[in-house]
Design a protein around this ligand. Structure first.
Ligand code: SIN
Length: 483
């Protein structure tokens, strides 16, 4: 891989400011051509322990800095990420597959969290409470929670790390992050830049390894860890929550989704199609907030399907390095098999294929951008997070019916609705049981806003003033006998 800054290409864990190797290694594969990119040194259990201990030791120094000093270092990290965005995007496309333009967008999106929280570090305010007894004063302090560990996913190999690290570091916490073993290179490049930015050793550590269970056990059960943050599937999140319970850690869980995308009869059809394309096909459908079930009012169903099919036909699928490609590969063969199974079961149960519907028979994990109509709640595709470029369309007749169907899922991450009615907008915002509601908007993420879900989509929020709360503890100080 040709990089302007070859120092960004690292192949071992970053612990206490050092690159630590071991005798074992694992392979990182490019999902577009299934070629090996490189071997990465497998982190050992001792090294993971060492990372936690380093973060613990680094706490006092990091917290001793003034907020301005912490903020400046974070700001520098942000600037370096932006300066190196082309290299970071190249690395991301190689290991994750998303088109280069989208990878570059993710780098900037993740960097924005560091920028935003470098400022928010200055606004961690406590409270002085009204006097309720003579000679007594009451204060509330906000304190950094301590060592934070995190496990992050392969679908956003950069942004999901930066979204957590930004709030953690701004709060005065130190961190150990384990990126997915499918996409460790982006995380290691960010670690290199954190060092160049002057973030002190031990404050930000990255452990890379394929032994997820063993590493996860240390990160979730180590007594020196105060908080654990996870982005990934609900099934894995539940297991990790159990592990965190053993030492009562504070947790943030950004888990699976099954987003409804609702187009009402009064919607602006052009905006609906644009929103559906963005929400459904971003990252080849591999986002937790992807439109998973597209509900379309019967009166505009035909027009919508025709227009969506026209747009889908224009999508260029291929290696993310190639000019004009908008849909890259799925992450691995297992992901293709899952999508194939869901589509097959839907067709057998009565869904109609309007576009696509098959794996692309070439090297790499490519699946055709697909449109299915006639999807019903009985089909697996209605109830499962697809994580692939398949638009599953359901016709509806009334608002009451569609709200009921939209909420008919154990997930509660994100939802979308298109309407021109202000009254309906309010009803939807209040009655859709999801942590996020996009009205006439298909892509919502924003560093200033609280990203996160309810129900089995998790707990905690990332972004904005809500995000930093997850890395702080609230301490009540009572002063007595004040003269
Ligand atoms: C996710 O899929 O979890 C992240 C999507 C986003 O940040 O927009």
């Amino acid at each position: 891989m040709q990089l302007n800054n070859p120092k960004l290409f690292n192949k071992s864990s970053f612990i206490n400011g050092q690159w630590l190797t071991s005798d074992e290694s694992f392979t990182v594969v490019n999902p577009a051509d299934e070629q090996n990119i490189c071997q990465i040194s497998e982190v050992t259990s001792e090294q993971v322990e060492q990372a936690v201990n380093s973060a613990y030791t680094a706490l006092s120094g990091w917290q001793a800095l003034t907020v301005d000093e912490r903020s400046e270092k974070m700001r520098r990290w942000y600037e370096l990420i932006v300066e190196n965005k082309d290299d970071l995007a190249k690395i991301m496309t190689a290991e994750q597959g998303k088109p280069l333009k989208e990878a570059s967008g993710e780098v900037l999106y993740g960097a924005k969290y560091i920028q935003w929280y470098s400022e928010e570090a200055k606004r961690i305010n406590g409270d002085v409470l009204p006097i309720n007894q003579k000679g007594r004063r009451a204060l509330v302090l906000k304190r950094p929670i301590g060592v934070v560990t995190a496990i992050t996913p392969w679908n956003f190999p950069g942004a999901m790390i930066l979204r957590k690290a930004s709030a953690a570091l701004a709060a005065g916490c130190c961190m150990v992050v384990k990126p997915s073993e499918l996409t460790p290179l982006s995380a290691l490049a960010l670690a290199q830049l954190s060092q160049e930015a002057g973030i002190p050793e031990g404050v930000f550590n990255v452990v890379v390894g394929s032994q997820s269970q063993a590493i996860g056990e240390i990160l979730t059960m180590h007594p020196k860890v105060a908080k654990f943050s996870f982005t990934g599937s609900t099934a894995v999140g539940k297991k990790l929550l159990h592990q965190c319970a053993s030492t009562v850690k504070k947790t943030s869980m950004e888990l699976g989704g099954n987003a409804p995308f609702i187009a009402f009869e009064d919607a602006d059809l052009e905006a609906v199609v644009k929103g559906a394309m963005g929400s459904k096909f971003r990252n080849a459908g591999q986002t937790c907030v992807c439109a998973n079930r597209i509900f379309v009012h019967a009166s505009i169903h035909e027009q919508f399907v025709t227009k969506l099919a026209e747009k889908v036909a224009e999508l260029k699928v291929g290696d993310g390095y190639l000019e004009g490609v908008e849909i890259g590969p799925l992450i691995e063969p297992k992901a293709i098999a899952k999508v194939e199974k869901l589509v097959k079961q839907a067709i057998e149960s009565g869904a109609r294929v309007v576009a696509g519907g098959e794996k692309i028979a070439s090297k790499g994990n490519f699946y055709q951008p697909t449109i299915l109509t006639g999807v019903t709640p009985e089909m697996d595709i209605f109830n499962t997070e697809i994580f692939g470029p398949v638009a599953a369309i359901i016709k509806f007749e009334s608002e009451e019916e569609v709200i009921r169907l939209a909420n008919q899922t154990e997930y509660g991450l994100c939802s979308y609705a298109y309407t021109q009615s202000l009254n309906r907008m309010w009803r939807l915002s209040e009655n859709l049981q999801f942590g996020m509601v996009g009205i006439n908007e298909g892509v919502l993420s924003n560093p200033a806003a609280p990203f996160g879900g309810i129900k089995e989509s998790g707990m905690g929020r990332e972004g904005g003033r809500w995000g930093i709360e997850d890395y702080l503890e609230t301490r009540y100080v009572c002063l007595g006998n004040v003269e």
